[in-house]
Design a protein around this ligand. Structure first.
Ligand code: FES
Length: 319
């Protein structure tokens, strides 16, 4: 088949603020992957194209890139899945990381965040003679996160990291979950406490699902983050804006059948947290000027009784 690869070029010596794309049309087998096409371009058409790869089997995680706008492994993505004969596929470096050259990104910020969650087992008590035994069930539970190959696809497309580089990101939080859930680790409480209270920790995920969508190994980092939130709450870590936000959201919809946005903002900040409440004042004034200020007293929806019934039915089921 003939395929055109529209490849984003970046040379640090001649970099411009505007992304430059170069098109390469090649003839290649129908079973080829995007990575195969880029390697062919590199070997036969333009040796200056830079990319990273190793295993070519979805194992090492080196070939992550944006393909038609979403992060994916180049070696796992078949050309025919994206384009017919004569079609065009756009490839770019992963997002949320600085580009070194063409498709090669600097992963230092990614590794810094992984390191920040202490990604290793921490045990206590006397060393056993052979090994620390864990049940099959507890190990099976870890399989989702253990499958992570650190490709950075989730990091690349994380919509929170795009606006807030302090967020730990999906990969690091999924890695943290892996040790929180490991019965051999003796520091689960400290880990939960740290991730619960640190700025950029578990409560900063906005549940956009993008990390779940792009992860090539079905780690589903967002689900792991939600499980850690639940674990943090169960262990009494409730004095955070994130927990208060969740609780306020739950209660106001239960009571009124709709969200009370004014109350949500104040509850999340904390009624006694004067500096944070003062921080909200300019937002409130700007919203008022634009006619966007939510009502100060909540309006109940017409169907609020039905919403309450739904809540009660779910609450009774989970008892
Ligand atoms: S080259 Fe190893 S995952 Fe693609």
């Amino acid at each position: 088949m003939n395929i055109t690869i529209r490849l984003q070029r970046f040379d640090p010596e001649t970099a411009t603020p505007i992304a430059i794309f170069q098109e390469y049309t090649i003839e290649i087998s129908e079973v080829a992957t995007v990575l195969d096409a880029i390697i062919k371009i590199h070997e036969e058409v333009d040796g200056t194209v830079a990319m990273r790869y190793s295993c070519r089997s979805s194992i090492c995680g080196s070939c992550a890139m944006k393909i038609n706008g979403s992060a994916a492994l180049g070696c796992k993505t078949r050309l025919v899945e994206l384009a017919e004969d004569g079609g065009t596929i756009t490839v770019q470096p992963v997002g949320n990381l600085p580009t070194v050259k063409d498709l090669v990104a600097d992963f230092q910020p990614f590794w810094d965040k992984i390191r920040s969650v202490n990604p290793y087992l921490t045990t206590s008590g006397p060393e056993p003679e052979f090994e620390r035994i864990a049940s099959n069930k507890s190990m099976s539970n870890l399989l989702t996160a253990v499958n992570c190959i650190m490709c950075g696809c989730c990091f690349s497309d994380c919509t929170v990291l795009e606006v807030d580089p302090t967020f730990m990101g999906p990969a690091a939080l999924a890695k943290a979950w892996r040790f929180v859930e490991d019965p051999r680790d003796s520091t689960a409480d400290q880990r939960l406490n740290m991730l619960n209270n640190t700025e950029g920790g578990m409560w900063d995920c906005t549940r956009c699902m993008k990390c779940v969508e792009v992860c090539p190994k079905e780690v589903a980092p967002m689900d792991r983050i939600m499980e850690m939130r639940e674990a943090a709450i169960q262990t009494g870590n409730t004095n955070t804006a994130g927990y208060r936000h969740t609780e306020s959201f739950y209660n106001s919809v239960k009571k009124n059948g709709r969200l009370d946005e004014t109350r949500l903002a104040i509850d999340s900040a904390g009624w006694t947290n004067l500096p944070r409440l003062l921080d909200l004042a300019p937002i409130g004034i700007a919203a008022m000027r634009k006619g966007k200020l939510p009502p100060l007293l909540p309006h109940k929806s017409e169907d609020h009784k039905k919403v309450q019934e739904l809540y009660e039915s779910v609450e009774n089921d989970s008892d």
